[in-house]
Design a protein around this ligand. Structure first.
Ligand code: HEM
Length: 300
């Protein structure tokens, strides 16, 4: 059952990240690549399915009995009586709303603000399905808020990468290469803000879940080792993001400024963004499992 929950959490994080981050970059970057509508339909559907599956599987996990997760009376009590249950209902409403927009609106870019809002609501609500809602009281609320910021920053980065992949792999001619450059330049701004928010909210998460006294012993336990592996992937992603921003995008800009008829080569950028995205997927896979491992300590 734990393996099923890890897969469901991974689907929820990945689809949730794209459903928020892709419309965010489409809105701020003023770009609308072919394939965006299909991507939003797919991820809205995936996020709705993940929300639906979370309720019985996580209820069974919490009760220590998978059958309890199939009992309508227990599920009703969970939805009406717990923050976790209410958060699943909010996720379902937000993702079905986004799915409706992605299916019925011919041009999703025109609905990007509503999609961003629904995507953010879904993603932030995931904080109630993990350790983010583990602490009571005012401090607990601060932890949950920090976890919501963490999830939204993760979504802005990973979801933005998904849109960049559409822009870069869809570019065949110079005008499309110019649109990809525009998306890259605007993403750089989002990316910096996301990294700063991830580090700040990540440290808050770390202090709440590991405790300051345990920070030096993170490598002693499964939770700590998973987190250290995640931070190593994060460092690699930062290096690729820096080379995209400081080397590859300026190189593309100077080639486009030469006004050559032929589209400038995008191979290096395509590979770099693709590898950065795979590392991001690796980070999400780790946190899908991390949330089910007991952290070293509860509270600062
Ligand atoms: C690419 C960068 C990153 C991404 C995509 C990312 C994503 C996530 C996600 C989706 C969660 C799960 C939240 C939940 O279950 O409610 C999470 C949890 C966490 N993240 Fe990050 N994060 C990133 C960077 C960082 C950094 C830089 C730090 C530390 C400074 C950090 C520390 C944590 C901690 C401590 C948790 C809580 C784990 C738990 O619930 O047991 N993360 N992260």
């Amino acid at each position: 059952m734990a393996d099923a929950l890890v897969l469901i959490r991974l689907a929820a994080f990945l689809c949730g990240a794209v459903l928020f981050g892709a419309p965010l970059l489409a809105r701020i970057g003023g770009v609308n690549p072919p394939g965006l509508r299909q991507l939003l339909r797919l991820t809205a559907f995936g996020a709705a399915l993940a929300a639906l599956a979370t309720l019985p599987v996580q209820t069974g996990q919490m009760a220590g009995d998978p059958v309890a997760g199939l009992n309508p009376a227990i599920l009703t009590k969970v939805v009406l009586g717990t923050l976790f249950g209410a958060s699943v209902a909010v996720r379902l409403a937000a993702t079905l709303g986004a799915l409706g927009l992605a299916v019925w609106r011919p041009d999703p870019a025109s609905a990007s603000t509503s999609l961003m809002f629904l995507g953010a609501t879904n993603l932030a609500s995931l904080a109630f399905a993990g350790h983010g809602a583990a602490n009571p009281g005012v401090l607990g609320a601060l932890h949950t808020l920090a976890d919501m910021v963490h999830l939204l920053a993760a979504g802005a980065w990973i979801g933005g990468l998904a849109l960049l992949l559409l822009l870069l792999f869809g570019a065949r001619a110079t005008p499309e290469a110019e649109t990809a450059r525009q998306g890259l330049v605007r993403f750089a701004g989002i990316g910096s803000a996301a990294v700063a928010a991830l580090i700040a909210s990540g440290v808050v998460n770390l202090v709440f879940l590991a405790g300051i006294s345990n920070l030096g012993r993170l490598g002693d336990g499964d939770w700590g080792r998973l987190l250290l592996t995640k931070l190593a992937l994060f460092a690699l992603m930062l290096m690729l993001a820096a080379s995209n921003r400081l080397v590859l995008t300026p190189r593309l800009t100077s080639r486009l400024n030469r006004g050559l008829a032929e589209a400038p080569p995008l191979t290096a950028l395509r590979w770099s963004v693709a590898v950065e995205s795979l590392l991001g997927l690796g980070v999400l896979a780790i946190v899908a499992s991390l949330g089910l491992h007991p952290p070293p300590a509860a509270g600062p």
